[in-house]
Design a binder for this molecule. Structure first.
Ligand code: CP
Ligand code: NVA
Length: 301
């Protein structure tokens, strides 16, 4: 494993390897056992979109591993004034040991890996969010003890989260269902791959998708960059809300996950969110542990 550009690039064994290391790092942190595996290493973090969790967990993660992280906003970088990404990365490769980037086009992340000579980590694109789903898988395993035989249901837009959850769910042997409006389905190539490699059901029928689910996941109706579509999306997604009535169709012990930030009263009710706050904030915490595991796998010599 040289980069983390998308989960599809990882084998199931590599995913389990990251999750196992993440569990170990979580245990060590809880027990004040230092783990400076990346002493002296420097991570650049390029942000072309906002972030709370990704920025702080990567920065804290590098610090805890004995290294440093540099926050690079495109408002300040020359990228924002038109310097090509393929030039930027050839320069940054001379200074840094790795790059985490949050941006719009998946192609930009792939180009960093192509033109640079250091590991690249995808911190979210319009296409996928692999770091989030590694933390999600870690959380599911903590609560459910494993993945086999579980049904993972995503309710909402067939967006970056849906795409990565399908790949992560199938690669760990879960059954995946997606409830979304017909015109907002996940990436067709990912769906085709998933159907060949496991069980995927994409439907506009929320109750069918949620039936007997072990994990119910949701995300915002309008992602970053889609602010202009907010009004139309509010109409289209009106019924795509994880509420008590919908949860009654999932298994009685179903967990609810949300990548955050959440819009209560839109994709999830305050009641369901608060009833599952423990899982949701464990999930947010696990971003730190899962990403530290990714950093160690990629940056440790
Ligand atoms: N879930 C997630 O990636 O959060 P941020 O946008 O705050 O980084
Ligand atoms: N789908 C959301 C996820 C945020 C973590 C977005 O892209 O804005």
């Amino acid at each position: 494993m040289k980069h983390l550009l998308k989960l599809a690039d990882l084998t199931s064994e590599e995913i389990y390897g990251i999750l196992n290391l993440a569990d170990q790092l979580k245990y060590e942190r809880k027990n004040n056992i230092g783990h400076p595996y990346l002493k002296g290493k420097k991570l650049g973090m390029i942000f072309q979109k906002s972030s709370t969790r990704t920025r702080v967990s990567f920065e804290v993660g590098m610090y805890e591993l004995g290294g440093n992280a540099l926050f690079l906003s495109d408002r300040d970088l020359q990228i924002g004034r038109g310097e090509p990404i393929k030039d930027t990365i050839r320069v940054l490769s001379r200074y840094l040991d790795g790059i985490m980037i949050r941006t719009f086009a998946q192609q930009d992340v792939e180009d960093l890996a192509k033109y640079g000579s250091i590991p690249i980590i995808n911190g979210l694109t319009d296409y996928c969010h692999p770091c989030q789903v590694l933390a999600d898988l870690m959380t599911i395993r903590e609560y459910k003890g494993g993945f086999k035989g579980l049904k993972l249901c995503f309710v909402g837009d067939g967006n970056n989260m849906a795409n990565s959850l399908i790949v992560g769910g199938i690669k760990t042997g879960m059954e995946v269902s997606i409830a979304c409006p017909d015109d907002y389905r996940p990436d067709p190539d990912i769906c085709e791959w998933a159907r060949k490699n496991g069980t995927l059901n994409v439907t506009s029928d929320l109750f069918e998708a949620v039936r007997d689910a072990d994990v119910v996941y949701t995300d915002v109706w309008a992602s970053m960059g889609q602010e202009g579509e907010k009004a139309i999306r509010e109409k289209v997604f009106k019924n795509f809300c994880v509420n008590k009535e919908l949860m009654a169709h999932a298994k009685a012990d179903a967990m609810v996950l949300h990548c955050l930030p959440a819009h209560r009263g839109e994709e999830i009710t305050d009641e369901v969110f608060e009833a599952h706050a423990q899982e949701i904030f464990d999930e947010a915490e696990n971003r730190l542990h899962a990403q530290k595991a990714v950093l160690v796998k990629l940056l440790k010599q």
